[in-house]
Design a protein around this ligand. Structure first.
Ligand SMILES: Nc1ncnc2c1ncn2[C@@H]1O[C@H](COP(=O)(O)OP(=O)(O)OP(=O)(O)O)[C@@H](O)[C@H]1O
Ligand SMILES: [Mg+2]
Length: 271
């Protein structure tokens, strides 16, 4: 049985390949959503190389490692970044915490469950790769954004992560986001073909969120440690990020089987 979701919505951003723009997207989309009045939590799911704090211009006092050590609760580790905007940071380069083991993952999952109804949105900014610390958390999200750069190695990795999430965790619905495109029409043709192959080979539903152009001012925003949308609020790129928020908001989230965050409380309508 599947259900329409109400309550906290969890959106996962993953890619397989690194450096394709996930963190930049999460920082900017989170800022936009919080600006619209949605209580938004950003989670640095890059458990030992968190960079969201840098992108948002804050130096977090606590990280998930203190939560896992039992020093503080997850709620205490969450820091306000702005109005309606919060960050759960991860440590950077902490020896012994390279990848959370199964019991740490279970503990973190349990702790996130305690956040039920504290936030309207939770955005998971994953690391690259296909290891369990990415896939177990990604699989438990309600919406899945797969980010890819317009190059063969990146498409291959995007395909691989969808294959793992669908085969192992029964995730059936994905949004694709192409970033860093130097040629929109060409990227458009390739991504359409890629989506056709993915649908036929993996038995999943795939929709295109957008094809974002190469935008050098995103690096400038990281250097200034401010979200792009705050530096360039009237820019076309900001407008397209707003459209991305709207697309994700407008699409009904189906609570399906498998291990999902906040399952059991969120459903309002049986389908
Ligand atoms: N559309 C874009 N055009 C140009 N540069 C971009 C674009 N999106 C992101 N970048 C830049 O690419 C670099 C990597 O971006 P980001 O850290 O967001 O990627 P990531 O997928 O989170 O990487 P990682 O896998 O290492 O976590 C940053 O310097 C960022 O400013
Ligand atoms: Mg990142």
């Amino acid at each position: 049985m599947s259900h329409l979701l109400s309550g906290t919505r969890v959106i996962s951003f993953s890619s397989g390949k690194g450096g394709v723009g996930k963190t930049s997207l999460v920082a900017n989309l989170g800022s936009l959503w919080s600006g619209k009045g949605k209580r938004t939590l950003l989670i640095e799911g890059d458990w030992n190389l968190g960079k969201l704090g840098i992108a948002m211009g804050i130096r977090p006092k606590w990280t998930v490692s203190e939560v896992l050590e039992g020093k503080i609760s997850l709620l205490e580790a969450i820091e306000a970044v702005g109005e309606n905007l919060y960050l759960l940071a991860s440590p950077s380069g902490l020896v012994g915490f390279e990848e959370p083991d199964e019991s740490s993952r279970n503990q973190l999952f349990f702790e996130v469950e305690q956040l039920r109804d504290q936030f309207d949105l939770i955005l998971l900014d994953h690391s690259s790769g296909l290891h369990s610390s990415v896939t177990t958390f990604a699989a438990a999200a309600h919406q899945h954004v797969i980010v890819t750069a317009p190059e063969p190695t990146s498409y291959t990795d995007a395909y691989a992560i969808m294959k793992v999430l669908s085969a192992k965790y029964s995730v059936r619905e994905f949004w694709l986001m192409v970033t860093m495109s130097h040629n929109q029409p060409e990227s458009g043709k390739i991504i359409e073909k890629f989506m056709d192959i993915t649908r036929s080979q993996l038995d999943v539903r795939v929709k295109l969120l957008d094809i974002f152009p190469w935008e050098p001012r995103l690096s400038e925003a990281i250097r200034k440690q401010k979200p792009f949308i705050d530096l360039f609020p009237q820019d076309e790129f900001t407008r397209r990020l707003e459209e991305t928020c709207n697309k994700l908001d407008d699409f009904p989230v189906i609570q399906s089987h498998g291990l999902r965050f906040f399952y059991g409380v969120a459903p309002s309508t049986a389908l």
